[in-house]
Design a protein around this ligand. Structure first.
Ligand SMILES: [Zn+2]
Length: 78
């Protein structure tokens, strides 16, 4: 019971933010329409052009994902 998301203000705020980000629509990098929804854990699907993307678990682009994609781009230039 102690490791539940029901008790504690901070953890409840984090859960509400994650569920909001999970349900939201995001802009598709392939076609530009705001139609990207979460298909399953870290899999995101565009309802318009059926493109699939790997993203964050509960948000389309996580902070760690953006950092790693930036680093990959930097190392490709070398
Ligand atoms: Zn699309």
């Amino acid at each position: 019971m102690l490791r539940s998301h029901k008790f504690g203000a901070k953890i409840r705020k984090l859960v509400v933010a994650a569920l909001k980000a999970k349900k939201a629509l995001y802009e598709c990098p392939a076609c530009g329409k705001t139609k990207v929804t979460r298909k399953s854990f870290a899999v995101w699907n565009c309802k318009s052009c059926e493109a699939q993307f790997a993203g964050g678990a509960y948000i389309f682009k996580s902070e760690a994902g953006e950092i790693s994609s930036r680093l990959i781009g930097d190392y490709q230039k070398l």
